[in-house]
Ligand binder design. Structure first.
Ligand code: SAM
Ligand code: DTB
Ligand code: SF4
Length: 362
């Protein structure tokens, strides 16, 4: 299947609804044409500014509108962010993703994050930031600091969006994506399943993502983490096979993008995660925390990756002797050359990342 940007919702819905084994077989075949199925990319998240967000995203524990018991924290100092990134690199992650609970940062906040991006990039890691809506000038400032990826999700279909968020529009999100693209920073853009949306909504989300030209280089598919106090807490659980189908369809519709099995892995069985990786996901977040909620943790992931005969991708540092095996992949700074996952490489992860930080700005 070639690269297409003209998918319709009817087509995407039919794709997700194909006979399960046919869908998986084709998705896995397409996956193998670009990627080594034995190699998984690893990113580590750090919440650099936590909670007190003015937005009303119904899934989010960081919204000030909901009482989730989360203690707000100010923006971390650059030195603490860099310490965490160093630990992330040592633990086998190739990308360090800095998340801030802002609707849209001020220029001063962007300048502070740009300092952190420069410092983390200096360690030889890929950098990613997710700070809310950006102006074109702010995106340019981050590009100048060497930011590799900006994460800004569409979250769901345009039709279901209003059920989840009322404080910013779908168009606002598309505007930020355009500003990021214009700056030359690569896009990490995906959504959430399990929010009570229909299959047609999941198809609608994938169509929006696949209509972006070029496709987002990273596509995170999050399974809703249900947090007490948020409006979506208590939502009927999604059939896990629908997650697998959505990932397989994402792989087929965006064949060269890295698809990340993102939030929600703590609620998944190992077997479900294995199916998702077979269906075309080839990236995960490591560590025992996402931004504010739990993630499986180092020991568990080491065992799972070992059991799946899978290894972690490595960053192509200038000094690296690795040779990329995934020349078609859009995420090309990372080589999918295998590195054996050992207790040492994956066991020193994000427990250290959450070291106490001094605060400089909210
Ligand atoms: N405030 C910024 C924004 O919204 O763009 C950046 C941080 S926000 C936490 C990043 C993304 O995390 C959201 O767009 C959403 O897709 C995902 N997310 C947040 N809470 C989640 C939850 N409870 N379950 C699954 N995904 C979640
Ligand atoms: C994305 O799509 N998922 C990550 C990352 N981008 C920033 C965030 C998941 C957050 C899950 C809820 C939490 O830990 O607060
Ligand atoms: Fe704020 Fe982002 Fe959470 Fe929405 S998802 S409430 S914008 S931190």
């Amino acid at each position: 299947m070639g690269i297409r940007h003209d998918w319709t919702v009817v087509e995407a819905d039919a794709l997700i609804g194909r006979a399960f084994h046919d869908l998986l077989a084709e998705a896995h075949e397409v996956h193998r044409q670009t990627f080594d199925p034995q190699v998984v990319e690893a990113a580590i998240l750090l919440s650099i500014k936590t909670g007190a967000c003015p937005e009303d995203c119904a899934y989010c524990p960081q919204s000030s509108k909901y009482d989730t018991g989360l203690e707000p924290e100010r923006l971390m100092a650059t030195a603490d962010i860099v310490d965490a990134a160093r630990n992330a690199l040592a633990s086998g992650a190739t990308r360090f993703c800095m998340g801030a609970a802002w609707r849209s940062p001020t220029d001063r906040q962007v300048a502070l994050v740009a300092d952190a991006v420069r410092a983390v990039g200096g360690l030889g890691m890929e950098t990613c930031a997710t700070l809310g809506m950006l102006t074109s000038d702010q995106a340019q400032r981050l590009a100048e600091a060497g930011l590799d990826f900006y994460n800004h999700n569409l979250d769901t279909s345009p039709e279901f969006y209003g059920e989840v968020i009322t404080t910013r529009t779908y168009e606002d999100r598309l505007d930020t994506l355009a500003n990021v693209r214009e700056s030359g920073v690569k896009l990490c853009c995906g959504g959430i399943v399990g929010m009570g949306e229909s299959r047609l909504d999941r198809a609608g989300l994938l169509v929006q993502l696949a209509r972006l030209d070029p496709h987002p280089e990273s596509v995170p598919i999050n399974l809703l983490v249900q947090v007490p106090g948020t409006p979506l807490y208590g939502t009927d659980k999604l059939d896990p096979l629908e997650l697998v189908r959505t990932i397989a369809a994402a792989r087929l519709m965006m064949p060269a993008s890295v698809v990340r099995l993102s939030a929600g892995r703590s609620q998944m069985t190992d077997e479900l995660q294995a199916l998702c990786l077979h269906a075309g996901a080839n990236s995960v977040f490591l560590g025992d925390r996402l931004l504010t909620t739990p993630n499986p943790g180092n020991d568990h992931d080491r065992d799972l990756l070992d059991r799946l005969d899978t290894t972690l991708a490595v960053v192509d540092l200038p000094t690296s002797t690795a040779t990329s095996t995934c020349t078609n992949a859009t995420d090309s700074a990372v080589s999918h050359v295998p590195v054996t996952v050992t207790r040492d490489t994956v066991s020193t992860m994000a427990a250290q990342i959450r070291s106490t930080s001094s605060s400089v700005e909210m």
